[in-house]
Design a binder for this molecule. Structure first.
Ligand code: ADP
Ligand code: MG
Length: 272
């Protein structure tokens, strides 16, 4: 059995990559569910107007419901929009609705427009102890993503092992440096997760080697394989952890969650 502790300060991850379809949402919900299973109190914030994370966590997010949109635009307390996922009492979600698509524009004229999520989240965390927050971002660098970077303590980057994997990565790292300089000096790019890995192809292996060469400390040992069960799960309103807990995808996401938790434990032990 695995022993991991979630006893440090709240870890706030933003899952970022400007590319769509690289596994951001899949990683957000499955790492969240696996961590909840390990005993952590986890909050997923769905910051993508598509609402795919809300769907995968089985959380209602129709246009008539209050959502993270109302938190960002109308100062509704985060606690008022958070719902418990049917996956686990430990797993909470602040859903997105389609209204969030307009927030990108509406935020432009708002006071403290880059800090609104951070302020709302800090208020929430002061009353609702939470071990891990995972923010699922849209695939663009707009004000929603900037709000996520400003609220987070760590960036997690899922990378799909394909030909163009590293394209856009230097731009993403440049954006992170810009955020560190102007908005959030404490932000660290802590974690890279290789997703949708197909070990049968030489290309996937080459890309994985190249990414590990560039980021030896950030890339997790665990790799997420391509698996049909992973892609089927959201249509049942579930993560693969719940949908098929014995499948290779579920096992890999559990290992990734343990590794992410262990790295923090190891870091804390080195520091103390
Ligand atoms: P993003 O949020 O970056 O746009 P998604 O997480 O939505 O990416 O993933 C894109 C597509 O790939 C989805 O249809 C998802 O179900 C599928 N997918 C993600 N990870 C895997 C995997 N390990 N195996 C098979 N399909 C996957
Ligand atoms: Mg997504």
């Amino acid at each position: 059995s695995v022993t991991v502790r979630f006893d440090g300060p709240t870890r706030i991850f933003t899952i970022s990559n400007q590319k769509g379809g690289v596994g951001k949402t899949t990683t957000a919900v499955n790492v969240a569910s696996a961590m909840a299973e390990l005993g952590a109190k986890v909050l997923v914030i769905d910051l993508d107007p598509q609402g795919n994370a809300s769907t995968a966590l089985g959380v209602p997010h129709t246009a008539d419901l209050q959502s993270i949109y109302d938190v960002l635009i109308s100062d509704v307390p985060l606690a008022e929009v958070v719902q418990v996922s049917p996956e686990s009492p430990n797993l909470l979600c602040a859903p997105s609705t389609i209204h969030l698509a307009g927030a990108e524009i509406e935020l432009v004229s708002q006071v403290a427009r880059e800090h609104r999520l951070r302020t709302a989240l800090n208020d929430y965390l002061s009353a609702h102890p939470t071990d891990v927050v995972i923010i699922d971002c849209p695939p663009s660098l707009g004000l929603l993503t900037i709000n996520a970077f400003t609220a987070a303590t760590e960036v997690m980057i899922p990378i799909q092992c394909e030909y163009y994997a590293l394209e856009g990565l230097s731009q993403l790292l440049g954006n992170i440096r810009m955020i560190q300089k102007h908005l959030n000096p404490d932000l660290t790019m802590s974690t890279i997760l290789l997703t949708m890995f197909d070990g049968r192809t030489r290309l996937a292996q080459q890309v994985a080697e190249e990414v590990r060469g560039h980021f030896p400390h950030e890339v997790l040992d665990t790799v997420i394989p391509r698996s049909v069960r992973v892609s089927e799960a959201p249509s049942f309103g579930q993560t693969v952890i719940t949908y098929d807990g014995q499948s290779v995808g579920a096992v890999a996401y559990r290992e990734a969650a343990v590794e992410i938790a262990r790295r923090a434990n190891d870091d804390n032990e080195k520091r103390h």
